[in-house]
Design a binder for this molecule. Structure first.
Ligand code: NAD
Length: 415
């Protein structure tokens, strides 16, 4: 199967003309395609490599695991190129996702004589593509980069967007850029070797998108969750490919509306990304991004049901899907002060409003802009409900709308 999606955008920059001033108006537009390719060892991947890399100086960056598993198969693709690429194996973890890693890539690029037409290639997960994208944006004030995401998060989220970035201590993605890739190749067979956690983390991002933007996607995942997880997204093949393709097109549609986050700071794809960043940082990044997203999604859904923004039934459906997938909905570091801190950080990042994305039904959403209605009692009780439910023996599928309602009434009577 081959599917191509593209995002096209213009980023205008202008200096208003005043009578006494000279002025400059500059705009940058970008367009890239995300191509779903069946396998590494395929004529279509060879064509993709050739089309995007041939005739350029290339630096390929991959993680040690990806190198161990795939370098041999990939080397056949590189060897067909006119100029042999330089290969750099970089340990990519959340704690090494720093400006030092970006500098390592830049040094390797200089050793590879990357010129203005040079291209960086990231082959790995979201950490790898985030580091490489930022390095590409800085090298010679910007060289091209292409991505070959090898994790599920990479294929449906991190690898297909316009951003790169690294952490500054506890400040997640504090140093970053909007720097679209030249092209992205999504090859689902990479997922066969991903650990179960890697699959689950990707599912968290898919559930995030589906819950607030795409009911049909939600239902596809809901119906096949066990097989998708067990088979590492290889079976049922048609469903797995559809879920990946639909997640990509949904994400690109969202990004295409507001690619540089200049037209609005209300973004549906921020669902699950308000508490998750401080939560990851509070665990010294031991809690993976995808798991933190799952907890944030569960929190936001239950909070919304207590505010009567979504039916209890739909909120429970979202939480149940997370739990049935095997995702966490609670973490010991999630408490009232972390949520307060997360809201403050969100306001600093989102122009003074928290813009907390919450579902209003499966596939629909709204934004909570201010904290007025978010009392500490409500927040603590929402957390308490998640804690209790996550501890219940055999936790999944046990919730009833009634149990959420009782907890909501208890929370309100406390206010
Ligand atoms: N830029 C964005 O828009 C954006 C969006 C979402 C997430 N992110 C970032 O992405 C990161 C998470 O990415 P991730 O989930 O891909 O994790 P990751 O990049 O940490 O990769 C996880 C591990 O999987 C290994 N791996 C990769 N592919 C493999 C394969 N095919 N088989 C076996 N092992 C493989 C890697 O070597 C790595 O050790 C976070 O830092 C998050 O902030 C960025």
């Amino acid at each position: 199967m081959k599917a191509t999606q593209s995002v096209s955008s213009t980023n205008p920059f202008s200096v208003a003309a005043q009578e006494s001033e000279l002025s400059l108006e500059a705009s940058r537009s970008s367009r890239y395609a995300v191509e779903i390719i069946d396998d590494i060892c395929s004529a279509s991947f060879e064509r993709w490599i050739h089309a995007h890399l041939n005739g350029h100086r290339v630096l390929v960056v991959m993680t040690p695991t990806v190198y161990r598993l795939y370098s041999e198969r990939l080397s056949a693709c590189w060897s067909a190129l006119d100029v042999e690429p330089r290969l750099f194996v970089l340990a990519c973890t959340e704690t090494t996702k720093t400006i030092d890693a970006v500098m390592d890539v830049c040094r390797q690029a200089s050793m590879a004589d990357i010129d203005r037409r040079g291209i960086l290639v990231s082959v790995g997960g979201g950490v790898c593509s985030d580091i490489v994208s930022l390095a590409a944006s800085l090298l010679r004030r910007g060289v091209s980069h292409v991505r070959i995401p090898t994790t599920l998060i990479g294929q449906v989220d991190a690898g297909i967007g316009l951003k790169g970035g690294v952490n500054l201590g506890a400040l997640k993605s504090y140093i970053g850029c909007f720097y679209p890739p030249k092209a992205v190749a999504v090859i689902p067979t990479f997922l066969q070797t991903l650990g179960e956690d890697g699959i689950l983390q990707g599912i968290a991002e898919i559930v995030k998108l589906a819950s607030v933007c795409d009911k049909e996607l939600f239902e596809d995942v809901e119906a096949a969750i066990a097989t998708l997880t067990r088979s590492r997204f290889q079976e049922p093949q048609r469903v797995a490919r559809t879920v990946i393709a639909r997640s990509i097109s949904g994400m690109l549609a969202q990004l295409g509306e507001n690619p540089f986050e200049t037209s609005t700071l209300e973004r549906a794809v921020d669902f699950g990304h308000t508490l998750s960043h401080p939560l990851e940082a509070a665990t010294n990044y031991r809690l993976h991004h995808g798991f933190a997203v799952a907890i944030d999604v569960a929190f936001s859904a239950i909070l919304a049901s207590r505010l009567s923004l979504i039916s209890e039934q739909d909120a429970l459906r979202i939480v149940r899907l997370l739990v049935n997938a095997g995702l966490p909905i609670y973490h010991g570091r999630l408490d009232g002060s972390l949520v307060e801190h997360a809201f403050d950080a969100a306001m600093a990042h989102r122009g003074g409003a928290i813009n907390l994305v919450v579902p209003t039904s499966i596939g629909q959403h709204t934004f909570i802009r201010h904290t007025n209605h978010l009392s500490m009692t409500l927040i603590r009780d929402t957390i308490g409900w998640l804690e209790n439910e996550s501890r219940r023996k055999g936790g999944s599928c046990q919730w009833t709308a009634d149990s959420v309602k009782k907890a909501a009434i208890a929370a309100q009577s406390d206010q």
